[in-house]
Ligand binder design. Structure first.
Ligand SMILES: NC(=O)c1ccc[n+]([C@@H]2O[C@H](COP(=O)([O-])OP(=O)(O)OC[C@H]3O[C@@H](n4cnc5c(N)ncnc54)[C@H](OP(=O)(O)O)[C@@H]3O)[C@@H](O)[C@H]2O)c1
Length: 245
């Protein structure tokens, strides 16, 4: 029997993070969460023998404490996002996702694991692949995204976190491999059929929908299914709900 996998989940009290947590626990994966308040975890989760809860402010954890959380993990999933109110969007930490991604990846590197650790980032369709690979955006849409990044800190933060993975970690890191998952407009709803795409499918002005349960399903597949991982590692897949007639 293969050894039980261990996943570190950050952002596990958020809308998508809670879905990820439920699906991981349903799949008998050993899960560690670092959360600001355990009371925000899904009902009953805290009693699950496969869950270890650390109540702490992730960005305030010292290096040694962070290493302790990362040590022994096969995968790290980040569903962090800025709280959608004025303080969450414009107040500190404006670089929440970038700083958490950077620190977690560096912690993995410090630990020098025998097998690369998978880092799975919840990103967004507002994030571009570097090098102009998302050619589908027209000039007007590119200008809007550029302005958004200038005035809405979370948009800039999500782009910088993805850029860190693409440019700083890259494709040849010995200890970290990564995928940045790009959902479109998030929706409630159960796991349903979804499709995955290398590049953008729709414009920001005619957005698609993505169930948070589907994002969670794909992230859990990436963490636990080696075939899914081999297919998508080092890429920024766009995930959208399948169109049903
Ligand atoms: N909204 C959309 O349509 C959409 C579409 C595509 C992508 N996205 C991206 O997807 C990601 C997740 O979205 P979501 O709606 O599932 O997130 P969410 O419900 O807003 O949850 C955010 C998570 O981040 C945590 N968090 C916030 N500030 C923190 C801080 N300073 N320190 C530590 N943890 C902190 C929250 O913890 P607490 O519970 O303690 O607050 C929560 O667990 C975001 O990056 C978002 O930009 C959103």
């Amino acid at each position: 029997m293969p050894a039980q996998q261990t996943v570190l989940l950050v952002g596990g009290t958020g809308r998508t993070g809670r879905c990820v947590l439920k699906q991981l626990l349903g799949g008998c994966v050993s899960v560690r969460v670092v959360v600001r308040s355990a009371r925000k975890l899904p009902a009953g989760a805290a009693d699950d023998p496969n869950l270890t809860v650390v109540e702490a402010d992730l960005l305030s954890l010292g290096d040694d404490d962070l290493l302790r959380q990362v040590r022994g993990c096969d995968a790290v999933i980040s569903c962090l996002g800025h709280v959608p109110d004025f303080k969450g969007i414009f107040g500190p930490p404006r670089d929440l996702v970038t700083r958490a991604t950077t620190r977690l990846c560096r912690a993995i590197g410090t630990l020098r694991p025998a097998k690369p650790v998978k880092f799975i980032l919840m990103s967004s369709v507002s994030v571009n692949r570097p090098g102009g690979l998302d050619a589908r955006r027209g000039m007007f849409e590119k200008a809007v995204v550029w302005i958004l990044r200038g005035i809405v800190p979370p948009a800039k933060d999500n782009q910088r976190a993805a850029d860190f993975l693409c440019r700083d970690v890259g494709m040849t890191d010995t200890f970290v491999q990564w995928v940045a998952v790009r959902p479109d407009t998030l929706r409630e709803g159960d796991v349903s059929e979804y499709s995955l795409h290398d590049g953008l499918v729709s414009s920001l002005f005619a957005a698609d929908s993505t169930n948070m349960a589907n994002v969670a399903h794909f992230m859990c597949e990436l963490a636990t299914n080696s075939r899914a991982w081999e297919d998508w590692k080092g890429r920024l897949p766009v995930i959208i709900n399948a169109i049903t007639s």
